[in-house]
Design a protein around this ligand. Structure first.
Ligand SMILES: NC(=O)c1ccc[n+]([C@@H]2O[C@H](COP(=O)([O-])OP(=O)(O)OC[C@H]3O[C@@H](n4cnc5c(N)ncnc54)[C@H](OP(=O)(O)O)[C@@H]3O)[C@@H](O)[C@H]2O)c1
Length: 265
């Protein structure tokens, strides 16, 4: 049953991934979804899948109970400011923009709306995002609404706003970090004789399986590593060679470098 209208303003990489995830999650039966970008013809694939598409932001937010802002961070305040007078009084605004504070969002919306920040990652397209969410003064009902929206698209972590940059690095940049591990493992797999296609499938499913051991149970990574590490065996030889080359410390260094960048340090 349709329970309202949802607007996505900014149908770029993240906005479109979000829309794809919503279609996959069946949210299209629950919400009329209207997605915009200035170059609206690029949204045709989403129009073909049943979304309302266009470049008119005012039309998109009219009567919408949820408005997601997926434009670039430097555009968010201006775009939000241009929409405030057209929003339904009870509309919940969710900004996906990295680095734009709740305070700025509240100011840009004239302090008249409930405002959330949400940081999904691009796996939202396949409903496998982890989305960090924060807000101020949101009602329990609004928190439940936003929580259920993003839990349909993966998992949700409600966190304080001062942790959102850390979450962005681990979960959004983290997609690229994890894929870089996968790419490296595939290159090695080809060198030891597997076809690229087989290597991609093996590495990607192995990473997915390893992640599932943690997410579907309550295992600790090191306990799971112990299970596959026979004393004097093959796995420990590989792990120790990786550590000699700086595997763990390069990941910690990279995450810290990305975090410093978010904090402009
Ligand atoms: N990519 C990620 O993994 C990720 C993760 C978390 C958060 N974010 C955040 O998501 C936001 C979008 O990032 P992105 O990577 O998706 O960037 P992007 O691909 O450049 O998407 C932004 C889109 O906004 C559209 N746009 C610009 N001005 C507009 C306007 N006035 N009205 C409607 N649409 C407008 C642009 O299309 P037109 O030029 O055709 O208008 C563009 O497609 C950013 O704020 C970023 O911080 C991204």
């Amino acid at each position: 049953m349709e329970s309202g209208k949802l607007a996505i303003i900014g149908g770029g990489k993240l906005g479109s991934a979000l829309a794809e995830g919503m279609i996959r999650a069946g949210l299209i039966a629950e919400y009329r979804i209207h997605i915009t970008r200035r170059n609206a013809e690029l949204l045709k694939p989403l129009a073909d899948k049943g979304l309302i598409t266009g470049s008119d932001n005012i039309a998109a937010v009219k009567d919408a109970s949820i408005v997601l802002l997926a434009v670039k961070p430097w555009q968010v305040e201006e775009v939000l400011g241009s929409l405030v007078d057209s929003l339904a009084p009870s509309a919940v605004i969710i900004s996906l923009a990295a680095g734009v504070s709740l305070k700025k969002l509240q100011e840009a919306s004239g302090d008249r709306f409930t405002v959330f920040r949400a940081i999904p990652n691009t796996a939202v397209a396949v409903c496998e995002s982890v989305t960090a969410v924060c807000s101020v003064n949101a009602s329990e009902g609004d928190i439940k609404l936003v929580g259920s929206l993003f839990s349909g698209l993966g998992i949700v972590e409600f966190i304080p706003e001062d942790k959102i940059n850390a979450a962005t690095v681990l979960a959004s940049c983290g997609t690229a970090f994890a894929l870089r591990y996968i790419r490296a493992a595939v290159e090695a797999g080809v060198e030891i004789g597997l076809s690229p296609e087989t290597a991609v499938n093996m590495v990607a499913q192995t990473v997915k399986g390893a992640a599932s051991l943690l997410l579907d149970g309550d295992a600790h990574p090191e306990a799971e590593i112990d299970k596959v590490t026979t004393p004097g065996g093959v796995t420990i030889a590989g792990l120790n060679a990786m550590e000699h080359a700086g595997f763990s410390s390069s990941i910690i260094l990279g995450i810290n470098a990305a975090f410093r960048k978010t904090e402009n340090k």
